[in-house]
Design a protein around this ligand. Structure first.
Ligand SMILES: C[S@@+](CC[C@H](N)C(=O)[O-])C[C@H]1O[C@@H](n2cnc3c(N)ncnc32)[C@H](O)[C@@H]1O
Length: 210
């Protein structure tokens, strides 16, 4: 299991690029601000928060969550852009998210960082903390390892088929493409997926329907 705090403390952070993810900036250029809802937007595994601050330009609240005290502390040292905050928590922990709802989730290198045995939980947590119709937008690292070097990149890969399998019970996939913009070395290896949370089936009696 990865010790994220230790990796930040010793500076073993090849994912840390000092800037927001180029696919997120591409998405922000493409989407209307109102497609993110009224906020807050949740950024799980936000690291030093570059994506959080890019989203804060939308002028809606953004919450970055990370379980590394080092990362959260460093994120908080950046000049604030808007209504962004950083929280130290395991976003899979039900106590952390109890009673909270988000209009959107931005995923970037958190899904590929958690153990694959936690993916069902990840998909359920994201569904639980989004409002109905809420947006799950993510850039997923499909081929994280450099060719011939299994030790490079984030620990776990995924596929579009697998993402559909995890998210389709609660989400409708509304768009997906390989981003034109990428960090150097990640060109053509990522995929942006946009999913909308489905409405819950109404239960007769609760809604008055018969
Ligand atoms: C590969 S790093 C990516 C960080 C950031 N998204 C970026 O691209 O710079 C994965 C991050 O997820 C965080 N993380 C892993 N599991 C987490 C969890 N269950 N809850 C919150 N953060 C988590 C780690 O501490 C680490 O900062």
């Amino acid at each position: 299991m990865t010790n994220w705090e230790e990796r930040y403390q010793i500076g073993d952070t090849p994912w840390e690029k000092g800037q927001a993810a180029p696919p997120l900036l591409e998405l922000l250029r493409k989407m209307e601000a109102n497609e993110w809802g009224d906020g807050p937007i949740l950024v799980p595994g936000c690291g030093l928060g570059h994506d959080v601050r890019a989203l804060a330009e939308l002028r809606i609240p953004v919450v970055g969550v990370d379980l590394s005290p080092f990362a959260v502390s460093r994120a908080g040292e950046f000049h604030p852009i808007g209504r962004e905050i950083y929280e130290l928590a395991d976003f899979l922990d039900p106590d952390w998210r109890a009673g909270r709802q988000f209009s959107a989730v931005w995923e970037h290198t958190c899904f590929c960082a958690i153990d694959p045995s936690q993916r069902a939980r990840y998909a359920q947590v994201v569904a639980d903390c989004l409002e109905e119709g809420g947006l799950l937008a993510g850039v997923f690292f499909l081929t994280p390892h450099d060719p011939g070097d299994e030790k490079s990149g984030p620990p776990f890969e995924t596929s579009i088929e697998e993402l559909d399998q995890w998210f389709s019970p609660n989400f409708q996939r509304v768009d997906g493409w390989v981003p034109a913009a990428a960090y150097p070395g990640r060109e053509g290896r990522e995929w942006i997926g946009l999913f909308r949370k489905k409405s819950q089936p109404s239960v007769a009696g609760e809604t008055g329907c018969r």
